[in-house]
Unconditional design. Structure first.
Length: 190
């Protein structure tokens, strides 16, 4: 999945992550698919409650020269101090967290004023055949992909989370996984 994600999202991640500060918090880091886009020497605090991903995270941190701290807290309650972070990143995570609104409130809480939340997320389709496919596959998809919800309106959740400035760009993921074609990327400033 790492190389597939790299092929489909790599160019976008390069642009979005180009000017991140040297210390970053990441929600749901998984196996570390975003590490190759961080500057070598960057510090990454990975908020990743799934212990089965931690060995891969450490391997990728060594490979890409990342100074890694893993926290097994959930995105909804990271345990990090308020207003202590310059940037939070998240790729394909708000589809899976238990409570997206609480996770976004937590992102705002830990960001310093002016700090950035940089994201790429797949979202529910507003209409048309992809919406029908998402509705049809919602339950089995959630079962197979570890709680992943196909139909979340994550753009509205981010817009409603109280950030000072929000820029969201919808785009099409493409490829074989049609239910996750509708995606958004962007930056929300605390
Ligand atoms: C689809 S994977 C995405 C992984 C990685 N960000 C990527 O782009 O490949 C979703 C990740 O979110 C993590 N996750 C699930 N619930 C979470 C929560 N409440 N807080 C933080 N991470 C969570 C999962 O363990 C998983 O690693």
């Amino acid at each position: 999945m790492d190389s597939y994600s790299h092929r489909r999202l790599g160019a976008r991640k390069k642009v979005l992550f180009a000017d991140l500060p040297p210390a970053v918090v990441e929600l749901g880091s998984g196996a570390g698919a975003s590490m190759r886009y961080l500057e070598p020497g960057s510090r990454l605090v990975a908020i990743e409650p799934n212990p089965h991903t931690h060995d891969a995270l450490r391997r990728n941190a060594a490979r890409y020269g990342i100074d890694l701290e893993i926290r097994d807290d959930p995105a909804e309650s990271t345990g990090l101090p308020s207003a202590s972070v310059d940037a939070v990143i998240s790729t394909l995570v708000l589809c899976t967290v238990e409570d997206p609104a609480a996770s976004l409130a937590e992102v705002r809480r830990i960001l310093r004023p002016g700090g950035r939340f940089v994201f790429i997320e797949h979202v529910g389709s507003g209409s048309g055949p992809i919406r029908a496919v998402q509705r049809l596959l919602r339950r089995p998809w959630r079962y197979v992909f570890d709680g992943c919800c196909l139909d979340r309106d994550t753009a509205s959740s981010i817009a409603a989370a109280g950030f000072a400035d929000v820029r969201i760009e919808p785009f099409r993921f493409g490829g074989v996984f049609v239910p996750v074609w509708p995606q958004i990327s962007g930056v929300a400033v605390a």
